[in-house]
Write a protein of this length. Structure first.
Length: 420
């Protein structure tokens, strides 16, 4: 670079300032070629051709630099200018193969019309709700709560597991069960365990899946739920938060919701289809707000109180939520004794709170502090059981609105806990 002439250096500076000046760059390339710098000349000619691909001087200079013949540059003749015909609607020329043309452009142009016939019917028949395949969760996976399991076995599961006895006593392979109790006590998990015990598919339905702003659509949605369940029988239909989906019609000001409850009654009766193999489970925190017609015989006629976890269940829940956390000599027995009345969600909150406290202490001191019994007991003192508010309201219902002994099991529990 230091042996270059002052003219070449000046031209380099000029080309750097005006990089798209093709004649100037070609002049630099010619000087480089004359000075014996063929590679540099090829580079400059190549850049010139990127700016002017058809420039004859650039092509000739490139040919000289690489030592090849100069390719002649020919100018393509311009097509004659013709007047475009006026657009008109005419028939295609005779013999034009439309089918061949359609196949040729089929991959690039989407069809103009939706598919009909069998394809449309298949789309219409596709289930609108997610139905889970039979799961592996069983009642044995539910920690403790033996009384609940025994009642489920006697009142619901045993007849379903014994087809011979069921036929002998005229028991239909259908049924409805309402789970009620304080929030966060595992009603949904128990429903999944029942589906696992029955080897049945599982479909969870909430108010948002059913209620629609258009007239008649809510009833249609309820019908579609049961139609899909019948197609997948045996199937457990789990109606979550039944007090919202099946609220008392006398208190409902929404006509769509009242009509949805009416349709739900029709489906539970099997008036529009055979419900053999369809098991309806429902869960609610406030059964006294559920429409009474839903709890008549043949519908959700069996009721099961799901109470806060007992000692065995509390120990299982604590073990589960602490299983992947750094703990140090945690006294589970002591924790179980001081968490009577805590729901499963409350126990999970206790573990989360103790974990957050240990994390903050570790970050502040720079030394990892394990989760210990003291930290967990401190979290228990900070958290008030969420079930207390529920029992406060349920107590009045059990005492003064226990028509037909619906809440006898709740009254018995309150007496054992001396809350009456």
């Amino acid at each position: 670079m230091s042996d270059e002439s002052p003219l070449i250096r000046s031209l380099r500076t000029a080309v750097a300032a005006v990089p798209d000046d093709v004649p100037l760059r070609l002049h630099l390339a010619e000087l480089l070629l004359d000075a014996g710098q063929g590679d540099a000349a090829v580079g400059e000619a190549a850049v010139a051709l990127t700016h002017a691909p058809g420039d004859p001087q650039a092509r000739a200079l490139m040919a000289r630099a690489v030592g090849g013949p100069v390719a002649p540059v020919t100018q393509a003749p311009e097509p004659p200018v013709t007047q475009a015909p006026e657009p008109s609607v005419t028939q295609p020329p005779a013999g034009f193969d439309w089918r061949a043309a359609e196949q040729e452009v089929g991959d690039a142009v989407p069809p103009r019309f939706a598919a009909t016939g069998d394809t449309a019917e298949a789309v219409a028949d596709a289930p609108a709700y997610d139905i889970e395949a039979p799961g592996r969760i069983r009642l044995a996976d539910v920690g403790g709560m033996q009384e609940v399991k025994d009642r489920l076995e006697a009142a619901f599961l045993a007849p379903m597991r014994n087809p011979e006895l069921r036929r002998l006593f005229g028991k239909s392979l259908r049924g409805g069960l309402l789970l009620y109790g304080p929030p966060g006590c595992g009603k949904t998990f128990i429903a999944r365990a029942i589906a696992g015990e029955l080897g049945a598919s599982f479909m969870s339905v909430s108010l948002s899946d059913v209620l629609d702003m258009y007239v008649g659509q809510s009833e249609k949605n309820v019908h579609e739920v049961f139609r899909a369940a019948r197609a997948k029988a045996p199937c457990v239909v789990f109606l979550d938060e039944l007090d919202a989906l099946g609220a008392k019609r006398s208190r409902s000001h929404h006509s769509g919701l009242r009509n949805a409850v009416n349709q739900l009654l029709v489906e539970l009766d099997g008036a529009d289809g055979d419900n053999e193999g369809v098991f309806v489970l429902a869960a609610t925190n406030v059964p006294w707000d559920v429409d009474l017609a839903l709890r008549r015989p043949g519908r959700l006629d069996r009721t099961l109180l799901v109470l806060p976890p007992d000692e065995a269940a509390r120990e299982a829940i604590l073990r589960y939520h602490l299983r992947e956390r750094p703990i140090d000599s945690v006294d589970l027995g002591r924790l179980v004794n001081v968490t009577d009345g805590f729901s499963g969600a409350d126990l999970a909150h206790v573990c989360d709170t103790a974990s957050e406290t240990a994390l903050m202490d570790s970050a502040r001191t720079g030394t990892v502090r394990m989760i210990n019994t003291k930290g967990l007991l401190g979290a228990v003192r900070q958290i008030k059981p969420s079930t207390e508010a529920w029992f406060a309201s349920a107590r009045n219902v059990a005492m003064f609105a226990n028509d037909g002994g619906t809440y006898d099991d709740l009254l018995a529990h309150l007496k054992r806990k001396r809350k009456l």
